[in-house]
Design a protein. Sequence first.
Length: 397
Amino acid sequence: MTRSILAGVKVLDLSRFIAGPHCAMLLGDMGADVVKIEKAGVGDDSRHLPPFQAGESFYALALNRNKRSITLNFRSPEAQELLRRMAAEADVLVENFRPGTMEAMGCGWDVLHELNPRLVMTRLSGFGQDGPYAMRPGFDGIAQAMSGLMSLTGQPDGPPLLAGTFYVDYMTGMYGATATLGALLARKDTGQGQLVDVSLLDTAVSMLTTAVSSQVNGNQTLTRIGNRDRYSAPANVFETGSGDFVLLLSGTNALFRRLARTMGRPELAEDPRFATVDDRLANVEALEAEVAAWFSTLDTETVLDRLAGAGVPSAKVATPDEVVRNPQLRHRRQILEIEHPKVGRFSTPGLTMHLSETPPTLRRPPPSLGEHTEEVLEEWLHLDSEAVERLRGTGVV
């Protein structure tokens, strides 16, 4: 039996949609006891987003493993008191309501910190808990647009594009989980919890890297360049003779020499137009024409084999059906199959973090709405079944 790094840590997950549930799930993967508290009768909003399998949303299935679910009527004063009592027993509380919502329920940071000084309260939001935009509604796409990420994505003569997945949400969840771990580590020294505040906009801007430095330090506004690398060449997507697309990254001088030899054109590395990184960037269209011509003469498998044999980084642009069959991902168990009592067997992305001594584990399938209400209230608050039935009868849970 391997031990879990967060075994014994009790987490309340009040979050919805993607960023918050992802944050809490990561804590659950590392062994925390995560209790998902959902709106009575409705549940997490993501439970209602398609696609579905056996009535369960793929979003809920993908974001809630290693959790138990209970329901509360957040408008009920008695339910709010139950939440405060549970927070007094918890190590971490994760929420992503609009700022002020928890305060309106009598469960803001000041109240909960006084009840439980050891509590870490992790708050995820669109724009943070303060500032002129704090009360605006925020989603992944809003953060992509407002941060400038969209303006950098797409072809130069086309419109700005959203990414193909909600990567700002997922990264915000990761920042939230990372900061929560830091707060738990700090608590060992101080005995005190703290407030964690992460936002979608902050996360999105953190991924701009050189765009911020170029703008502030050099007054240079970066624009869309399609799939080209900004700072080296050849580094772009090329079409093979099979009609597939392959991403080639060979922009350093050493990699370009390898590519030229692999193409049977070693003289290209000595061509004054292509001899250095700066030369290749200055003549990128001519260079890409040479590479594209070579790609077009070979089938995809041959291109990839030759490039891999020469140590030149490349990859076929895979479709999702190819990704789920990828032998490397299968080897590292990144396509995780879960048995669910209602859905049966289904697959999700796997346990991404690999730790040799305290590896993440799958201990529970994603819960159905309110599946563990009685179990958790008895375990956390010592309420018997009669008391829980009374709460159900009065609409508190």
